[in-house]
Ligand binder design. Structure first.
Ligand code: C5P
Length: 225
């Protein structure tokens, strides 16, 4: 059996999209499948971790041996993340969080006959979950983020690593047909303050095992040979 590189570690993972209601029947969201985050959660559990998986609305089964917390909105996800991070060694943010939410959720279905077309959607910026956890001064876990980019992947990812105060970022080119949102495969680059490393294209499930080993080495050095 492979060495349990996360034995005894508490790991929190966000996965999938968030969803922001506009009215009782409509929402803003994105095409995230949650596959990468669920694969990492499964790999972390196989590596011996105690895993909390905070999942937005996705159609995926819960991997074995994992505590799953289902959420819908970004603010729900933030609350669940803050609670889990209070007792956590490693926080991995793979969720595709909706960046803006409607200023108000209409109590009734918005009617197209309403005037003021330009006022139909007023948006306010959502909190940044991973930056909030990484910005902690106490109870701060090792924090890993993701960056889905369509160009200048390494450059944009390094910007996010610094801006969000992350320890590591996993970047992928979502315009590449070999990877991205709904694919079973992915190709990523892992960047931290020591440098960058491209991993070969692989199934998300295989990539997850490799990523968990790499993250464990960086997050908990000296614990495993
Ligand atoms: O800024 P961008 O959305 O590209 O950053 C991606 C990283 O930040 C991912 O790890 C994602 O889970 C996280 N994120 C977050 N909360 C947000 C926006 C992004 O945790 N509101």
């Amino acid at each position: 059996a492979p060495e349990q590189v996360l034995k005894g570690k508490k790991v929190t993972i966000t996965a999938g999209p968030t969803r922001e209601a506009l009215d009782p029947v409509r929402y803003l969201s994105n095409h995230s499948s949650g596959k990468m985050g669920f694969a990492i959660a499964a790999a972390a559990a196989r590596a011996g971790a105690e895993v909390t998986l905070i999942a937005g609305p996705v159609r995926l089964d819960t991997p074995a041996g994992i505590k799953r917390v289902d959420v819908v909105s970004t603010e729900d996800m933030l609350r669940a993340a803050e609670a889990a991070a209070d007792d956590c060694d490693l926080f991995i943010a793979s969720a595709a969080v909706v960046d803006f939410r409607p200023t108000v959720v209409a109590a009734q279905k918005i009617k197209k006959e309403d005037d003021n077309e330009s006022d139909v959607l007023q948006l306010v910026k959502n909190p940044d979950i991973v930056a909030t956890i990484a910005g902690r001064t106490s109870k701060r876990p090792f924090v890993v983020g993701f960056a889905a980019e369509t160009e200048k992947v390494a450059e944009h990812a390094k910007g996010k690593l610094a801006r969000k105060n992350l320890d590591m970022i996993i970047a992928n080119d979502v315009s590449d047909p070999e990877g991205g949102f709904n694919s079973d495969r992915n190709q990523v680059m892992v960047i931290d303050h020591a440098g960058e490393q491209a991993l070969p294209a692989a199934l998300k499930t295989e990539l997850a095992t490799q990523l968990v080993e790499l993250i464990a080495t960086r997050a908990f050095p000296g614990q495993h040979q």
